[in-house]
Design a protein around this ligand. Structure first.
Ligand SMILES: *Cc1c(COP(=O)(O)O)cnc(C)c1O
Length: 423
């Protein structure tokens, strides 16, 4: 240890406490300590890292074991991941271009087929679009520039993240904190937000439209705050694209316009069934700006040609009457599910359901027994959900046969009625 002339201790870089970061927005030790034992329990029950042959979304087969099961956690809410038009779209695109991708930053050069998809999505969603390899990449590229004040007038913005915002957003808090003040509010806490709007000159709110653990944004209240205080809204609507809206534009876009103060991002790797991500913006200029300065929006891989082709195939389904039929089939399945297995999220028109059991080990046990009986539903626990609120997460799809829903609900009812020790 060295002594300075003032007698204070100089930092010793060999001692970890001297090199540890501020840990204000990420703390890997706490994360691993809290969640890894439950992940390990799930692994010990054979519930993760499962390899399957994919005969349909309702019959996944584990080779060499004879075990088959229905996937109750697929986000392909309309079954478009296996739609012939989507598959043909991918194959046609490969044949047409003869390449996987240009392997060149799309900021500089991109294939015309990508321009075609952008045009299709512009028309479907009624907004300017920026394609991204994933929704995660779009968020990582956009949020720091919202924080720095580059996407709207008003200077750097105080970033208020909803406590339940998807991990892909909260993951970027530390980067945003290099640009502006970052705060976290309770779920849908409009009072907190209103207070922040009164206290600071420029504020942005970051959260989901339809939440990945169920429920929706308090959109009316958010729009009111936007009107009154110029609140910027950054909303990730990955879980409602395709399933809500006449053209599948999603929960938020079907209720409000994109504008200078409203940006929506979505994954195309859920209901849309193709892969890729998209940001809905108010101007072409903003899309160009983001592709220059939005980090992962400009560097590295493009959305691959087969993914673009699949998205073109999916866009064609979105234009056809089939979209309304698939949305109606999903609603009918949700109604059946809610009748047989009522949960607090019943009747909300969105496809995520949670069966709360409280204790994480019990959730893993239930998931394991359901898997044995032919249904994969995921045990969710901290930090995916708050501590003490562990349970099973189930996603209802349009292509789930009614008999499967009925049988699944029967098994869940049966298992919940039996204390763990009696089995
Ligand atoms: C699944 C999900 C994502 C991730 O989408 P990618 O396109 O895979 O990055 C992002 N946000 C929400 C709300 C999600 O549920």
């Amino acid at each position: 240890m060295t002594e300075t002339t003032a007698g204070a201790e100089a930092p010793d870089p060999r001692r970890s406490r001297d090199v540890r970061g501020a840990r204000r927005f990420r703390n890997s030790s706490a994360l691993v300590r809290n969640s890894d034992p439950v992940w390990q329990a799930a692994a010990d029950h054979g519930l993760i890292d499962i390899q399957v042959e994919h005969e349909s979304n309702n019959r996944l087969v584990v080779p060499g074991t004879g075990h088959a099961f229905a996937n109750m956690v697929s986000c392909s809410y309309l079954g478009l991941n296996r739609h012939p038009g989507v598959l043909e779209g991918a194959i046609d695109a490969l044949r047409e271009t003869g390449t996987i991708e240009l392997m060149t930053s799309t900021t500089r050069i991109r294939p015309t087929i990508q321009g075609r998809l952008e045009e299709e999505l512009r028309d479907l969603f009624g907004a300017e679009v920026l394609l991204a390899t994933t929704c995660t990449a779009a968020t990582a590229g956009i949020l720091p520039l919202v924080a720095s004040g580059h996407l709207a007038p008003g200077g750097p913005r105080v970033m208020v993240f909803d406590r339940f915002a998807h991990f892909s957003m909260s993951y970027v808090k530390a980067i945003c904190a290099e640009e502006s003040l970052v705060l976290t509010c309770d779920h849908n806490d409009l009072d907190f937000l209103a207070d922040a709007c009164r206290r600071y000159p420029s504020v942005a709110y970051v959260g989901d439209g339809a939440y990945s653990m169920g429920g929706a944004a308090a959109l009316d209240g958010l729009l009111e705050l936007q009107d009154r205080y110029g609140l910027y809204l950054f909303i990730d609507d990955s879980h409602s694209v395709s399933i809500v809206g006449e053209r599948g534009e999603g929960y938020v876009r079907s209720r409000t316009e994109v504008g200078e103060l409203t940006t929506i991002v979505s994954s195309l790797g859920k209901g849309f069934g193709s892969g890729g991500g998209v940001a809905l913006l108010d101007s072409r200029r903003k899309a160009e700006f983001l592709s220059r300065h939005g980090g992962p929006l400009g560097w590295s891989q493009d959305v691959s040609v087969p993914t673009i082709g699949a998205a073109l195939g999916s866009a064609a389904v979105h234009r056809s009457p089939e979209l309304g039929e698939l949305q109606a089939a999903l609603r009918a399945n949700l109604d059946l599910f809610d009748r047989l297995l009522p949960t607090p999220l019943a009747g909300n028109g969105l496809p995520v359901r949670r069966i709360d059991v409280g204790d994480a080990d019990r959730a893993v046990e239930l998931s394991a027994e359901l898997y044995r009986r032919g249904y994969y539903s995921s045990a969710v626990f901290f930090p995916i959900v708050p501590r003490g609120e562990a349970g099973l997460r189930v996603m209802v799809r349009a292509d789930l046969p009614a008999e499967e829903i009925t049988a699944f609900a029967g098994h869940v009812g049966d298992l919940l009625a039996t204390p763990a020790t009696a089995r």
